[in-house]
Design a protein around this ligand. Structure first.
Ligand code: FMN
Length: 202
């Protein structure tokens, strides 16, 4: 069994999503002895943004830009890692109401027609079903359905949408909210999130 652990916070040791994603991986390791874990740190080793040259090369044109071959290879490696995983744990901070640009660049390499989705006469069809995705979500404010800022959440809604588009129905969010609202709230949010992580064992 394989687990892919992806972090995307730019806050290093102060990151809440990194703390929580590591806890989730530890729980999954305890649940599945022998679990093979691959770690990808998109903060330390970001994947480059897509470019026109990249897309042209991907569609068969000879890569002309220096480094493009390497870029294509690392994008394909990210895709293969994702496809091979049974469980994917994603550390996803909210930055400016959305996911980090590092995480978006990773997703851009996963959204490949014929690999994670395809278009059929009946509409799009996900090809990467059967996985479990667990997202460690950290955000400064509160974005629950009952809050006035709910409509500003383009982080969890985006991730749920894109993983659903890939055919993945089993997506769980572990949330730490109100991280920017003082030490007490931060500590409360971490405790709540850790409680939710403990429940994953059940
Ligand atoms: C560049 C940046 C942008 C942020 N934008 C938002 C935001 O739009 N909404 C929000 O609620 N919190 C925002 N925050 C607060 C983060 O969501 C919060 O610090 C969270 O813990 C980030 O996850 P991390 O600690 O894993 O990096 C932002 C933080 C940073 C550093």
């Amino acid at each position: 069994m394989k687990l892919l652990h992806v972090d995307s916070s730019i806050l290093g040791g102060n990151s809440v999503s990194r703390l929580l994603s590591a806890d989730i991986v530890a729980v999954e390791q305890a649940r599945h002895p022998g679990l093979e874990v691959t770690y990808r740190d998109l903060g330390a080793a970001p994947i480059g943004h897509l470019s026109g040259a990249h897309l042209a090369a991907f569609q068969g044109a000879a890569p002309e830009e220096p480094g493009l071959q390497q870029d294509l290879a690392s994008g394909l490696a990210a895709l293969e890692e994702f496809l091979a995983a049974d469980i994917v744990v994603v550390g996803a901070p909210m930055y400016n109401f959305a996911i980090s640009s590092q995480l978006k660049a990773w997703i851009d390499r996963l959204a490949v027609a014929g690999k994670t989705f395809r278009y059929t006469e009946k509409g799009p069809e996900g090809l990467a079903g059967g996985k479990t995705v667990i997202v460690a979500s950290a955000r400064g404010g509160f974005y629950g359905a009952e809050t006035p800022a709910a409509f500003m959440d383009h982080q969890e809604t985006y991730l749920r949408g894109v993983f659903g588009f890939f055919g993945i129905a089993d997506v769980t969010f572990i949330r730490a909210e109100g991280i920017a609202m003082g030490a007490e709230q931060r500590s409360k949010a971490l405790d709540l999130a850790k409680g939710e992580i403990a429940k994953l064992v059940a």
